[in-house]
Design a binder for this molecule. Sequence first.
Ligand SMILES: Cc1ncc(COP(=O)(O)O)c(C=O)c1O
Length: 474
Amino acid sequence: MLHPFSLRYNSSHCTWTSSHEMFRPYTLNNTANFFQTVSRNTRINLGISEKNRICRTSRVQPIMASPISTAVTTQQQPDSSQSTAPQPLQVAKRLEKFKTTIFTQMSSLAIKHGAINLGQGFPNFDGPDFVKEAAIQAIKDGKNQYARGYGVPDLNSAIAERFKKDTGLVVDPEKEVTVTSGCTEAIAATILGLINPGDEVIVFAPFYDSYEATLSMAGAKIKCITLKPPNFSIPIDELKSIVSKNTRAILMNTPHNPTGKMFTAEELGKITSLCIENDILVFSDEVYDKLSFEMDHISIASLPGMFDRTVTLNSLGKTFSLTGWKIGWAIAPPHLTWGIRQAHSYLTFATSTPMQHAAAAALRAPDSYYDELKRDYNAKKAILVDGLKSVGFRVYPSSGTYFVVVDHTPFGLENDIAFCEYLIKEVGVVAIPTSVFYLNPEEGKNLVRFTFCKDEGTLRSAVERMKEKLFLKK
Ligand SMILES: Cc1ncc(COP(=O)(O)O)c(C=O)c1O
C-alpha cells in the first residue's frame, strides 16, 4: 500500500475511449479507498460519466509520498504557494452526476477555435440605452446598499404592473412578487422552498439544464415526459399516467428552450384539469414570454383555478438583451410565496440594488419596445431558418424563444455531440448538442440547437460557413 499522496496525471499517458473529451469533466470520488488500493503504476479510470458513457484512463504519478501523521493537528500545513499538485476534485453526492454546463463548455470552445457562437443564448448586441442609463443613474443616486430581500418596492410594483398588462391578473407586489438573482435563482428558490425530499416533480424533456440539478439538490424524484419532434406536443395520456399521489408539481417552460415549442391553449387546458383534479402545483418558467412569434403566449396562472397553485418564473435577461444582469422574479400566491422567500433569504437574500431600479424602468417600457423586439427577432429568425434549410438541415418549427432545433443526421455524424464537435472544429460554428437536455441522452442524439440572438451579419456569416464546409452524406 502506498501512503497518501498527491496525484498528478500526465495527459501524454491518457487514453481516450472517445474523441469527445471536451464534453466531459472528471471527478475523483472516494479518495480514501482510492489511496488504500492504488499503486505507483496503477492505471486508473479517471471517471466514468454515468450518463454519457465516456471514460478516461491515465497513469498515476505519485509526486509526494511522505507518510501523513495520524495526529493531524501536528501535521505541518502545506504552503499553498509551493504546491504543484492538483487536488482531486470534490463534489457532494447530490451534484456528482452533473458536468460543467454545456453552455460554458461550448462558449469556451467557440473562443478556442475562433468559431461563430450560435450555441449559448446570449445576444451579441447590447441592451437598450434607457435601461443602462437607469442603472447608471441608480448607482449615482447612491442606491448601492443591500436591497430589501424580496425586491426594491418599485421593481415589485413594476413586475405586478407588467403581469397585469400581460395576463389580466392583479397581484399584490408586496405579498406575491419575489425578486431573485435571475430566473435561475427563482427556479432554485421555488424548488428548494416548496419541494420535500421524495416529492415527485414532472418535467418535460428536453429541459433547461438547471431543472435536473436543482431538483436533485432538493432530493426530488424526477418524472420525465419526452416531447418528440416534429411538433414536440404534450402526450397528455402519458402525462396522466405518470401522475401519482406523490406528484407535487409540474415544472414546465413555455415558450420552450430548446425546441421553440409554445404550449397551446388546448394543452394548457388539459394540464390545468390534471393539476386541479390531483392537487398539483405548477412551476411555469416563462423567460421567453416576449419572444413569441407564431402564437400568443399564455401564462398558465391566468387559467381559471390556476393562480392559487402556480408559480410564474421570469427574468429580464432575454427580453432586454441583458442576460448578464441576472434580475429575475417569482410570482405566486402568498401561501406559495412564503416557501419561495424562505429559500431565497438563504440563497442570496437580495439581488443587485441599482440593477433592480433599472429593471423597474425596463419593465415600464412602452409597447413599441416589445413590438420592435419581436420585429427584429423575426428578421433574425428568418435568416437563420432559411439558411439552415438551404444548408440541408431538417429544421423543426419554432414558435417562440430565440432557438431553433434541427435534425443533423443528413450530414452523417454519429450523434449530436460528434456533430457539434465537427461543426466547431471543421466548419467554425457552434451549436448546442441537445442530448444534454434529456434524462436519457439517446433521445436527443439526432438534434442540435442553434440560436438566432446574434446580429444579422453574424447569422449570415455562420450560414455561409456551413454552406461552404458542411456537406450532405452521399
Ligand atoms: C428556460 C430557461 N429558464 C431559465 C433561464 C435562466 O434565466 P436567467 O439568466 O434569468 O437566470 C434560461 C436561460 O437560458 C432559460 O433558457
